[in-house]
Design a protein around this ligand. Structure first.
Ligand code: SF4
Length: 699
């Protein structure tokens, strides 16, 4: 770090998808990097949660990777960059010559910026494969599928700001913003509720969101604590209640007939699906009294503007697409789309979770969600890139992991940690061990790096610049303070070098992130109107088609972005989780994240402040189950499923329902994904993290 870089830089928190602005203040010594608030940051106006405040703690952590490493005789040794690059290029060329380009898989990451994910997917496609994916597959692939198919874009329909100002009812299903999006929850949603809005929370677990809305004695907060995996029956009760009421009281306007007539298709299918639907039996299945669900339906239907928020409790199921489709059904029949304060709004988990998909780091789409098998779209990108793009969708990341050692021979991992993040993690590790060649590019030695042949030391979020796209489609600039360790490289520098060595000059030799962004905006129509200068400090919401456009804070004002221009309604029926409790595994295991930790824990478990809050994994056990098993609060238990076992502390609490055990994926020593089920939603290929059969043994 040079001495002229002593001014704080304005950047974006590296953790969740809210996209809070923070400042980073470099100190006298390299590595001395401190957090500073950014008082008028556009999203958070200076407020910050515990993770954002502690984010600089990992920048100069003693575990940082500082030199390239190559595995030799099962041991890693330091190597020069030249040696590492030569090895990588030789192996990539060998694999393509021996097995063809589809024998390689490329993993991007939502922890990494738009420019870098853009480069990675371009590299994969220049190599000749669409086997490129990123971690959003594991969080919202099903949400994106449903939203894209039925409305047009796989993203939040509205912005946090218009929701705070205009929504009367917040319907939060399978999302826990009190824990996962703390600033959005406190500054936007809770603020709206304090000013009179109503919140209906649908979640199997009582959590920080529940507690944050217990504001007064009014009925403005309602928690429907359903059984995991019963979201479709619950929403079908809501839909049928609204249909029945409208039948008898059409003047109450619970259904928006004009909106349905003019702007949607498929309403009859929904009515047919619900014709013989038994609300009493469904309420029994959900484990929630029918009258409570009917009351919630009334509140939603009577709102002037009702907004749905959806999270991984909805998406991470084998019926994830159907779960979200039913939310879309609810919004469409009540006319709650296309204006401020409404919509279907996925809350995204990582700081660039939206952008990673926007820039095409997915096996079926190019930048801007242009389908790889759409000839016209592909050709328009080929014209800019100057090479032919494969026209068949590639494999998703979970499919790549499960093909490892079979059709997949090599893997290039940028900032991802599949050995922790994918379900049935023991099996993932075994498969990765079968690969002929693996590159891991990261800031720490992850659990996945154990299986690498080459490890490349990358810089952290605070050291480099680029752009990220937050949960409400706002593209913002990140700015860096320079390298802390001299021999590390920015992700984009590594990809630029490998791309140029593999394919010669012209396609990858970018000087800086802005130059990459300039190419990105040429091939990504919804980013076309953005430049680094125009993004400034406020950022811009996409779509932003031409320079000077202000970007759209809410979508679909006049028509949906589907082929017919109409919003697609489609009735859906209940699909139970693929694995349900039985005699051998009588408990239902579900998983979720904590405010003070982050995904696979690579960064957050190295932060002293965050670890002080929660240093290790635990499992929530209902008091009735604890009594049955003889478990004391704080006792260590063995939690197991058909795929593995972990040992962790039991928390006896009625936050969870009887028969349901709840744990987190953050800690390598007791990784929940050793237990989760490798079974996928057929269309979106998202795994069912939210339901698996389990058993507890008292140690
Ligand atoms: Fe960072 Fe999210 Fe916390 Fe904001 S709410 S400080 S973006 S982790």
């Amino acid at each position: 770090m040079s001495s002229d870089q002593q001014e704080p830089v304005k950047t974006i928190c590296p953790y969740c998808g809210v996209g809070c602005g923070i400042q980073v203040q470099p100190g006298e010594e390299p590595g001395d990097v401190q957090f500073m608030p950014w008082g008028d940051a556009p999203v958070n106006e200076g407020r910050i949660c515990i993770k954002g405040g502690a984010a600089t703690e990992v920048v100069d952590h003693e575990d940082r990777l500082t030199e390239p490493q190559i595995k030799e005789d099962g041991e890693f040794r330091e190597a020069s960059w030249e040696e590492a690059y030569e090895y990588i290029v030789d192996e990539l060329e060998r694999i393509r010559a021996e097995y063809g380009p589809d024998a390689m898989g490329f993993f991007g990451s939502s922890k990494v910026m738009n420019e870098e994910n853009y480069l990675l997917q371009k590299l994969a496609r220049r190599y000749g494969t669409n086997n490129v994916d990123n971690c959003t597959r594991m969080c919202h692939a099903s949400t994106v599928w449903a939203l894209r198919t039925s409305l047009g874009a796989g993203a939040m329909t509205n912005s946090m700001r218009d929701l705070r100002e205009e929504a009367d009812v917040f319907w939060i299903q399978g999302a826990n913003p009190g824990e996962q999006h703390p600033i959005a929850n406190s500054q936007y949603f809770r603020q709206a509720v304090l000013e009179g809005a109503t919140v209906i929370q649908v979640d199997p677990h009582a959590n920080k969101t529940t507690r944050s809305f217990q504001i007064d004695d009014t009925d403005r907060h309602q928690h429907l604590q359903l059984n995991p995996g019963t979201d479709i029956p619950l929403l079908n009760i809501v839909l049928k209640t609204i249909l029945e009421h409208h039948e008898e009281n059409p003047d109450d306007g619970w259904i928006d007939e004009e909106f349905i007539e003019e702007r949607t298709e498929g309403f009859d299918h929904l009515k047919e699906t619900l014709e013989d639907f038994d609300k009493e039996a469904a309420a029994e299945e959900c484990g929630v009294p029918l009258e409570e669900i009917e009351l919630a339906a009334e509140k939603y239907a009577m709102a002037n503007n009702a907004a749905i928020f959806t999270g991984m409790g909805m998406s991470q199921h084998t019926c994830g697409v159907d779960n979200v489709q039913n939310e879309i059904n609810l919004a469409l029949i009540t006319g709650n789309l296309g204006r401020p304060g409404t919509g279907v709004n996925p809350l995204r988990g990582q700081n660039n979770v939206q952008g990673t998909c926007d820039v095409g780091a997915m096996p079926n789409v190019l930048p801007g969600y242009q389908l790889v098998d759409d000839d016209e779209a592909r050709e328009s990108v080929e014209e800019v890139w100057g090479f032919e793009i494969p026209d068949e969708p590639g494999l998703t990341n979970v499919e790549i992991s499960y093909e490892a050692g079979d059709s997949i021979k090599g893997l290039f991992v940028m900032g991802e940690n599949p050995v922790m993040s994918e379900p049935d993690a023991n099996a993932v590790a075994e498969r990765l061990a079968e690969l002929e060649f693996t590159v891991v590019q990261d800031i720490f030695h992850t659990e996945t790096a154990d299986y690498a042949d080459v490890i490349l030391p990358a810089t952290t979020w605070a050291e480099r610049g680029g752009t990220v796209t937050n949960t409400d489609r706002r593209v913002q600039r990140m700015r860096g303070v320079g390298k802390v360790h001299e021999n590390t490289k920015h992700d984009r520098e590594i990809l630029t070098e490998i791309g140029t060595r593999l394919f010669g000059p012209g396609g990858f030799d970018f000087e800086d992130p802005e130059e990459i962004f300039e190419e990105l905006r040429q091939v990504c129509p919804s980013y076309h109107g953005m430049t680094y200068d125009l993004l400034g400090e406020e950022g811009l919401h996409w779509p932003c088609y031409e320079p000077g456009d202000e970007g759209d804070p809410f979508l679909y004002e006049h028509e949906f972005d589907t082929e017919s221009g109409r919003g697609h309604i489609e009735g859906v029926e209940h699909t139970p989780p693929a694995e349900t409790p039985d005699d051998e595994y009588p408990l239902l295991l579900t998983t979720a994240r904590l405010e003070e930790h982050y995904n696979t824990g690579t960064m957050s478990t190295r932060s002293p402040t965050l670890n002080k809050q929660t240093p290790e994994n635990f499992v929530d056990v209902h008091p009735a189950d604890a009594e049955r098993y003889g478990i004391e609060d704080g006792e260590y238990v063995r939690l197991r499923s058909r795929r593995g076992e972990i040992t962790l502390e039991a928390h006896v609490t009625d936050d969870t329902k009887e028969g349901v055990v709840w744990t987190t994926p953050h800690f390598a020593a007791a990784s929940a994904n050793k237990l989760t089920n490798h079974v996928l939603d057929e269309r979106s290929k998202i795994p069912e993290y939210k339901a698996a059969a389990a058993e507890i043994d008292v140690e």
